[in-house]
Ligand binder design. Structure first.
Ligand code: C5P
Length: 218
């Protein structure tokens, strides 16, 4: 198709979002934050009174999402919800609605639309397995639960939000368990994905590693 795809999957707070954005910038590629679409779906459902347990209702919400990504900001029906969708509560909702096959199906075409010339860096849970199975490079990016909890904690503090490390650790753990145990597109390192364990690496080192792997594939 002439469109290069680099897929980065991994658990919550593994740093894949920061890495994917930096790599996309370096390569001059578009960037897809697929988790944001699940978060936006959860938020839009909440705002329109659709229960997160209502698969049909949430799938309809997902199909008709009015979203726009612009200059690093995220708009839902014209409203800047960039901060709102990052809350832990919406993260939990995203993980709940993401377990539904109809919701995942509803977001599939929208995700594939992000693939444009010359290329795309996509991050999520099933970028290399389901959404872009033909990606030139697939990476499973992870870090220990302790390191991920600490990274999320520092992120919240840096944003001036209050944060409780023990609560974050518990939330991450239950979200990872739900993402890994579900039937639809479970979180796991798929056969042809390269493992990148980042616990001991800085963001710069991870970005460098991904870029060097990409060079060997193109
Ligand atoms: O990556 P992020 O934490 O923003 O994703 C929020 C939730 O959305 C995840 O916990 C996961 O359940 C879901 N998700 C997914 N598939 C993706 C991206 C995110 O199921 N490709």
């Amino acid at each position: 198709s002439g469109i290069a795809i680099l897929a980065i999957d991994g658990p919550s707070a593994s740093g894949k979002g920061s890495v994917a954005q930096r790599v996309a910038e370096a390569l001059g590629f578009a960037y897809l934050d697929s988790g944001a679409l699940y978060r936006l779906t959860a938020l839009a459902a909440q705002q329109t009174g659709v229960d997160w347990s209502d698969e049909d209702g949430v799938a309809k919400v997902a199909l008709s999402l009015d979203v726009r990504f612009e200059k690093g900001l995220t708009f839902l029906a014209g409203q800047d919800v960039s901060t709102l969708i990052r809350s832990e509560n919406i993260g939990v909702g995203a993980s709940q609605v993401a377990a539904f096959a109809d919701v995942r199906q509803a977001l599939l075409a929208r995700q594939r639309d992000f693939a444009v010339v010359p290329g795309l860096v996509a991050d999520g849970r099933d970028m290399g397995s389901v959404v872009f199975p033909d990606a030139q490079l697939k990476i499973f990016l992870t870090a220990t639960a302790e390191v991920r909890a600490e990274r999320r904690f520092q992120q919240l503090i840096a944003r001036g939000e209050s944060a409780d490390l023990a609560a974050i650790t518990r939330d991450l753990q239950s979200r990872d368990e739900r993402d890994a145990a579900r039937k639809e597109a479970p979180l796991r390192q798929w056969g042809d994905a390269l493992l990148l364990e980042t616990s001991q690496l800085s963001l710069d080192q991870v970005v460098e590693c991904v870029l060097s792997w990409w060079k060997t594939r193109t």
